[in-house]
Design a protein around this ligand. Structure first.
Ligand code: NAD
Length: 251
């Protein structure tokens, strides 16, 4: 348990998508440590059970939602349920994301559309549904992008486009919501050890590690602490930025 002074999210409500595992789960747990009440979203509610339990063990009240982030009506219902049951919304973290890697010439239209739908449209739907409650609370929004959205990556045209789009969405909404005191930023992780990168073959992992000057893969907690910074007192006058957390990969 952290000292009370470090529980700067007491009485704040945070919604985190893709919270069942990996980076999203680490973000949820870090926000729970800060005292936040949590609404956790993933593809299934059952899948969220271990993450929810970890947050509850830290004293957090938690609501779980098994919702596909690409479904507009379900997203709108979810956000309205959160604001009703938890009394408002202070923090939105758009973290749900997928990869469907393939070289351009072999990439199917479906692989392109699905990655854009989950990574980019999903974030848009949550931003749209949550904008009013977040304007009321002068809240914070963090979108989890990727360094690949800044640099591009062979075999990830769909994913890189979705993350570059998410960065544009971040900057535009930062400009739109600034007058209401809402800060909107993106975090762009590099190579992080999660199920997502577990799919990579040994050669790709060795190459990514060799290209990371700090010489190790990042942990989900490395990313969660960047989110912690942006949603805490340190982030009060930061908006429209992309915080790269990549061990130097994009240098
Ligand atoms: P992960 O595969 O371990 O977890 C993904 C999460 O998103 C899960 O909770 C899953 O249920 C959820 N999700 C996926 N599709 C969904 C949908 N349609 N509706 C609702 N929830 C859905 O991934 P991760 O590695 O923890 O990545 C989290 C985020 O960080 C993603 O946006 C990813 O693009 C980004 N990122 C990851 C890395 C990395 O190296 N792992 C690097 C840069 C950026």
């Amino acid at each position: 348990m952290q000292p009370a002074s470090e529980r700067f999210l007491e009485k704040k409500v945070a919604l985190v998508t893709g919270a069942s595992r990996g980076i999203g789960r680490a973000i949820a747990v870090q926000l729970a440590r800060r005292g936040a009440t949590l609404a956790l979203v993933a593809t299934t509610s059952e899948g969220l059970e271990p993450a929810a339990k970890e947050c509850q063990d830290l004293g957090a009240k938690v609501l779980r939602f098994g919702v596909d982030v690409t479904q507009a009506a379900a997203v709108a219902d979810l956000v309205s349920q959160v604001t009703k049951e938890l009394g408002g919304l202070d923090i939105l973290v758009n973290n749900a994301g997928i990869t469907r890697d393939q070289l351009l010439l072999r990439m199917s239209e479906d692989d392109f559309d699905r990655v854009i739908a989950v990574n980019l449209k999903g974030a848009f739907l949550f931003l749209k549904a949550a904008a009013r409650p977040l304007m009321k609370s002068s809240g914070r929004i963090v979108n989890i992008a990727s360094v690949v959205g800044l640099t591009g990556n062979a075999g990830q045209a769909n994913y890189a486009a979705s993350k570059a789009g998410l960065i544009g969405l971040t900057k535009s909404t930062a400009k739109e919501l600034a007058s209401r005191g809402v800060c909107v930023n993106a975090v762009a992780p590099g190579f992080i050890a999660t199920d997502m990168t577990g799919q990579l073959d040994e050669k790709a992992r060795t190459e990514l590690l060799a290209a990371t000057p700090l010489g190790r893969a990042g942990s989900p907690e490395d990313v969660a602490l960047a989110v912690d910074f942006l949603v805490g007192p340190a982030g009060a006058w930061i908006t429209g930025q992309v915080l790269v957390v990549d061990g130097g990969l994009s240098l």
